[in-house]
Design a protein around this ligand. Sequence first.
Ligand code: AMP
Length: 112
Amino acid sequence: MTVFARILRGDIPTVPVYQDDLVYAFDDVNPVAPVHVLIIPRQEIVGLNQVEPSHEAMLGRLLLAARAVAEKKGIAEGGYRCVINTGADGGQSVFHLHLHVIGGRSMSWPPG
Ligand code: AMP
């Protein structure tokens, strides 16, 4: 079981930043910016390589939740970055699909 599955079960306490029937959002424990929120599907899906057409509503909800998180955290106007790390080269370390919402400072490009 991944750490995010344990968060969804309530085994690891987190404060919800946003939640609905399909997704759950909480602060990253190791933030890389003043705002760093993770949005995860309630369904256990390893990553982007495992998504299917049946996940379409959840995938759309991840982005709608990102907007809600950005507004709640006060970074919508200033701007922010959404990231889905996928697999080894993508830097994925937790194998439960998640969208990073990162903001509160200026971002550089390209990412490392
Ligand atoms: P990734 O490297 O894209 O798989 O991102 C995994 C993220 O999960 C990292 O930014 C970690 O800091 C974060 N993380 C790991 N464990 C926890 C936890 N218990 N609570 C909140 N965030 C976590």
